[in-house]
Design a protein. Structure first.
Length: 293
């Protein structure tokens, strides 16, 4: 698997550079409800669907996953309103779910060398037009900029067509980083957006992390000692809060007892505080999330 091979390089980098971040606020941990667990699984499957070529190459499709890893999504009545994949491999879809009254924007995670070049570049870019003193990962910010204008127009049209639907942005890995940036920007434009990310890397500095935390509903899901949420290293980078840390094994069914909700930016109570790093854990979020690759 191409993604798996490239993640080994990221693992070596993480092992050589990761230091435990220093928490900057009190940490509070709590268990999750069955309702939250169901939502985490649902949007993990929406993230998984973005890896399937059929869902990103022509609009008007019902979402399906050939790997069988988005069964809940396939049971719903869905239609892709917009599908995209540009020359730099920024890809995903915007879909309407008429069963659950949802508009879902899902960004695909990394699958080509172009994505990983962006991932390895940890240089930050000034985005103070988004929030005061905020800096974002330069590669991911540039990737968002490539699709921002078209996606903004598509979202406006979708909201006009489905004005009463809840809007959710989601993504796994690099897709989680792009979903985070997109939600942050478009929330500033007045949209109410719930954000679900899985195995997302850090996207920017402490000021950006605090801003995202305060903006709206966020479910930042990590899994055991997944390597990617530990990147970039916490030197000038921070995660928003809360974190939903999945502690069950890679091939195990996730229960409410296996998910710990942790408050606090740069928390060490979840993924960041684990020993070592795992590539396999990055690929397992309520199933094989990248199974369509």
């Amino acid at each position: 698997m191409r993604l798996l091979n490239r993640l080994w390089a990221m693992t070596a980098l993480a092992v050589s550079t990761i230091a435990a971040p220093t928490p900057n606020r009190a940490l509070v941990s709590r268990a999750v409800s069955s309702d939250i667990l169901q939502q985490l699984e649902l949007f993990a499957q929406y993230s998984a669907a973005s890896y399937c070529e059929r869902n990103i190459n022509s609009a008007g499709d019902k979402l399906t996953c050939k790997a069988g890893n988005c069964a809940i999504v396939q049971e719903a009545e869905t239609t892709t309103l917009y599908e995209f994949e540009n020359e730099n491999d920024v890809a995903g879809y915007l879909a309407a779910d008429t069963t659950n009254n949802l508009l879902v924007l899902s960004f695909r995670g990394s699958r080509t060398i172009d994505n990983w070049i962006d991932n390895i570049d940890f240089i930050q870019e000034d985005i103070t037009d988004v929030c005061n003193d905020c800096w974002a990962h330069g590669g991911w910010w540039d990737a968002w900029q490539e699709v921002a204008d078209e996606l903004s127009g598509q979202i406006k049209d979708a909201v006009n067509q489905y004005p009463d639907y809840k809007m959710v942005f989601t993504g796994h890995s690099l897709g989680g980083a792009l979903a985070t940036i997109a939600a942050t920007v478009l929330r500033n434009e007045g949209y109410t957006i719930d954000l679900y990310t899985y195995g997302s890397p850090r996207v920017g500095n402490e000021a950006l992390s605090e801003y995202i935390t305060a903006q709206g509903t966020l479910y930042r899901v990590t899994h055991t000692n997944d390597v990617v949420p530990k990147l970039p290293p916490p030197i000038g980078y921070a995660h928003p809060s809360p974190e939903y840390w999945v502690t069950s094994g890679n091939y195990e069914t996730v229960t409410t007892e296996d998910v710990e909700a942790i408050e606090g930016t740069n928390s060490t109570a979840g993924n960041a505080g684990t020993d070592g790093v795992s590539v396999i854990a990055h690929l397992h979020y309520f199933g094989n999330i990248a199974g369509c690759i």
